[in-house]
Design a protein around this ligand. Structure first.
Ligand SMILES: [Zn+2]
Length: 152
């Protein structure tokens, strides 16, 4: 395998890559319109073998992450709207923004959901520059109960 410059943390997260090797994809399918497939994850990183579901209910907390992302995007779009188009209490521009922002968030939703998981796992699994040599950190494997996976 050719040795390429490792991804940065940010591009790893944005591209939904494994946080340990920064190479393998976390999700099985590219983003598409089939909603069922969007959230299907590889059980393990296809490159380094890092499990993507560390424990049962591991991704519960992602609701907070996607909420934070939603707020951040709304704030950003509000500022952009305010600067480019402006706000006034005398017309409907605020409600137009509200509507367009809702559409924007809806369109981004599949990506936001995946991004939330990508961010979430990156907080628990650390990048290992020597992932080809080192074993997977046991703490990120042992808590798995395979029978209970996807039960929650
Ligand atoms: Zn990996």
């Amino acid at each position: 395998m050719k040795k390429t410059k490792p991804r940065s943390y940010l591009s790893t997260v944005l591209a939904c890559r494994c946080p340990r090797c920064r190479e393998g994809k976390l999700f099985q399918y590219p983003i598409n319109i089939k909603l069922k497939k969007i959230m299907v994850m590889n059980k393990q990183c296809p490159v380094c073998g890092q499990p993507t579901e560390i424990e049962v209910g591991f991704y519960y907390g992602t609701a907070y992450v996607s909420y934070a992302l939603t707020v951040a995007i709304s704030v950003a779009s509000f500022i952009a709207w305010y600067v480019l188009i402006g706000m006034s209490v005398n017309d409907n521009r605020f409600f137009l923004w509200l509507g367009l922002n809702a559409v924007l968030l809806l369109l981004l939703q599949p990506w936001l959901m995946r991004l939330s998981r990508s961010i979430w796992i990156s907080w628990f699994v650390k990048y290992d520059p020597d992932w080809q040599i080192n074993k997977i950190n046991k703490e990120t494997v042992e808590r798995i109960v395979p029978e209970q996976m996807n039960n929650w």
